[in-house]
Design a protein around this ligand. Sequence first.
Ligand code: ASP
Length: 323
Amino acid sequence: MRRVLVINTGGTIAMTADDSLESVKPLDDQAVRRILPHLAKYAEVRMLTYANLPSPHITPAFMNDLRQHILSELKTTSYDGIVVTHGTDTLEETAYFLDLTLPLTVPVVLTGAMRSSNELGADGPVNLISSVRTAIDPASRNKGVLVVFNDEIHAARHVTKTHTSNVATFQSPQYGPIGTVTKRNVIYHHVPLAREYYPVEQVEANVPLIKAVAGMDPRWLSFLSEQPVDGVVIEAFGLGNLPPAVLPALQQVLDKGVPIVIVSRCFNGQVQDLYDYDGGGRQLREMGMIFSNGLNGQKARIKLMVALQQTRDRDELDRYFEQ
Ligand code: ASP
């Protein structure tokens, strides 16, 4: 029998709906523990309550502690796979952080639920069962950290939460899922590119994420240049363009040696330094901003935080974002 460790961190999968108050809130971890008997058919499962947090409470420091905990568990016990249950709001950030920083020896799968444990059509049990089945499947090795939701297997790098309440919320725009969990088996139909791996000790960088909007007030960005930030990620327009009014404030940020990474607020496509007008990508690039490679804003932020533990050199950071 294969062995799986399920690490619970909280989220709706561990929550209960109170119909009289029309609210959903965390209880103890019983909601997830009740799924345990359904897992016994597939694997010998040890379930560990690591935390019981709604995922808006998750921080990069927590992600790093979780990473260290997974490593220490793997050092002391032999498992065929690890499953982490997590709130869906920030699940993609934790999944991508672990993808970048875990030396993976066995499959690591993140999952959760959109409907709490006592709601009709609760999706937690089936998501957890699918995740355990994915974690024990030999084909899941060497595919990076995986997110299993609604019978689909997604690569941590591309998956994102796309719907506030639908159980099919996790999608990989532009790329699609890499596999499917069917009633009989786990089937992969895509192989992700080689995974990037960066060993980190801690993640302490302060990296805000800013979204560009039409006619944005440059004063907010001047304020930023006075703050102790280590890096900035900007969700720019389209192919990677900004309103010209914000450029002087961003130049001040760059002059302080703070790297700025440009991603797009479009959720499909890559940014490129193509447009040659005031505020266009070409000018941003000439100012020294780094163009990312198809990551969304929240993931580019995680990557910059991780990269800043390796280097502060702009050209090296640039190379990190070419991958
Ligand atoms: N707000 C919840 C959380 O992220 C949503 C969920 O788990 O589905 O903790």
